[in-house]
Design a protein around this ligand. Structure first.
Ligand SMILES: CC(C)(COP(=O)(O)OP(=O)(O)OC[C@H]1O[C@@H](n2cnc3c(N)ncnc32)[C@H](O)[C@@H]1OP(=O)(O)O)[C@@H](O)C(=O)NCCC(=O)NCCS
Length: 315
């Protein structure tokens, strides 16, 4: 398969580090050096499903195909206001498609996992065109009283349209269960039979454990893929990494011994938008005309689970 169109949408409300320090015991001088984040886009009056539909329409427009040409829609989402129906079904209706659709929850690695599912459908000859939409509102998962977590995230939606081709050179997925390091719990509807104690918790994170996992998993996935494909890091034109923390990106960059110019970033202005992070960055680079035909691109992401994944693709 190959990517033929991209699209993305951000909420209009911008929240700077200085705005956070008006109600939290934090500061730009703490946040920026540790994360690389200056501001993030946060949902206010928008609905995530509308943003997802708009990102999908932009990607279809960019690809030059119609919603009726789609054979499958995969939506990556951790949480949104609807528990059911799936966000992919909402997107299907919103863009006027009629194909089957599927939601996945692979946290921040969702775009890579979605590419892997799409690739299997292409390989089986079941599809000609697939839409992937990653839409996330992590700012609704965090407590805005918890400075450890809420300063890191922003919302957004990113989409990509795929068609038949041989531009995906390889995909590597990994998972290592760690349910106490990055998680959120919610209490479901009560029943007369529930006897266990239950409580809801906002997104909880052991930051340093996540940091170590992120560096190890992403570096490992990328190295495994490049070694297996016999591609030297020097031959890769672009590394599009999950935009969680500039220090994580810089550490992976140092491990790969590649120049910073090959690592486009938007973490400074977006924060971590979970699985939307990679396709938003892909769309921004695409629309700036940064990619040339034949460029080799590595994408890599990690997240709650823990899970991670990387892909090598030719533009
Ligand atoms: C969260 C993270 C930025 C913290 O950086 P760090 O270098 O581990 O933090 P430090 O050890 O320098 O600082 C921790 C201290 O700062 C405090 N602190 C935490 N958040 C703060 C904030 N927003 N403002 C001010 N102080 C803060 C803590 O309370 C702690 O104080 P203590 O030592 O008195 O207990 C870093 O661990 C990280 O980015 N981890 C990965 C997170 C991530 O990517 N999550 C999403 C994955 S998909």
């Amino acid at each position: 398969m190959k990517i033929i169109g991209t699209g993305s949408v951000l909420p209009k409300q911008i929240v700077t580090n200085d705005m956070l320090s008006e109600f939290l015991d934090t500061s730009d001088s703490w946040i920026y050096p540790r994360t690389g984040i200056k501001y993030r886009h946060v949902i206010s009056d928008e609905n995530l499903e509308d943003m997802a539909v708009e990102a999908a329409k932009k990607a279809l427009d960019n690809a030059g195909i119609q919603a009726s040409d789609l054979d499958y829609i995969i939506c990556s989402n951790v949480v949104n206001e609807y528990i059911t129906p799936s966000l992919s079904c909402i997107i299907q209706g919103g863009i006027g498609a009629t194909c089957p659709c599927l939601d996945i929850n692979c946290a921040c690695a969702g775009f890579i996992y979605a590419l892997d599912i799409a690739e299997s459908h292409f390989k089986a000859g079941r599809v000609k065109n697939v839409l992937i939409v990653c839409a996330e509102e992590p700012t609704r998962m965090t407590s805005w009283k918890d400075r450890n977590v809420c300063v890191l995230f922003g919302d957004g939606a990113g989409a990509a349209v795929l068609t038949e081709g041989d531009n995906i050179k390889g995909i590597k997925l990994s998972a290592a269960s760690a349910t106490d390091k990055l998680y959120q719990k919610r209490v479901l509807e009560p029943t007369p039979y529930i006897t266990k104690e239950e409580h809801s918790e906002s997104l909880q994170m052991r930051g340093q454990d996540v940091f170590k996992f992120a560096v190890k998993a992403s570096s490992g996935d990328i190295k495994y893929l490049l070694d297996n494909l016999n591609i030297a890091p020097d031959s890769v034109n672009w590394f599009l990494l999950h935009q969680a923390n500039i220090r994580i990106i810089n550490t992976i960059q140092a491990f790969l011994e590649q120049p910073a110019e090959k690592f486009p970033t938007n973490v400074e202005s977006h924060g971590n938008s979970s699985s939307a992070s990679c396709p938003i960055l892909l769309d921004e680079c695409n629309r700036k005309g940064m990619f040339k035909k034949g460029d080799l691109i590595v994408m890599s992401a990690f997240g709650a689970g823990f899970i991670s994944g990387a892909v090598v693709l030719e533009w």
